[in-house]
Write a protein of this length. Sequence first.
Length: 210
Amino acid sequence: MKSKFVELGEDDRKARSQILGSLSACDFHILSRKLLHRFENAKGPMFAIFGEWLDLEELIDYDRGELGPTGEYSIGERPTERLVAFVRDYLRTTRNGIVLSENWGADRVDIAKMLWPPPRVACYRDNEVYHILTPEITDLDSIEAAVSGSHHWQTNVCSSCARVPEGDIPSEAFLDEIVENTKHIFIPAFDGDGYLVWSPRVFPRPKRVG
């Protein structure tokens, strides 16, 4: 079976509740907290990536999914593969594009233990670990390692920035720039077997006068 990439519109309450709830659950991380603060009242189209056997209308919420037929993706496309293609295309077509993914459960000391490490890992202080994707990273397995959540929750952002840190994230200013330039937010959903993608409308902040 194949996966689907379906537009849900701007008024899908289950999607909005799941996305904002995920950001809230991760708000002990600075990026999630800043995204929630800026976009909790924002509008914008939402999309779902999921296995074609799943009927969204029958779900009470998008946190839960349903088990598909055994081997449903053996000759098809996994939802993660569809997400990886979306991320790859975003990086290919966006000037100064970057995708930043929070590692929900990792601290700095855990990086050396990662069995399948993403290509770029950056820390902010000792208890926030971020995976970074930039346009020169085109290997599909490397992209998947960065964006596929190892936990029920994970905040991921498609954005842009003037300069990507070479090592650790030096200050909150970098995260502020990522939030300011947000194009898409995506999170795991459907019991980890799919994703929700939100493209919140970004309005320029008013300039201070005087």
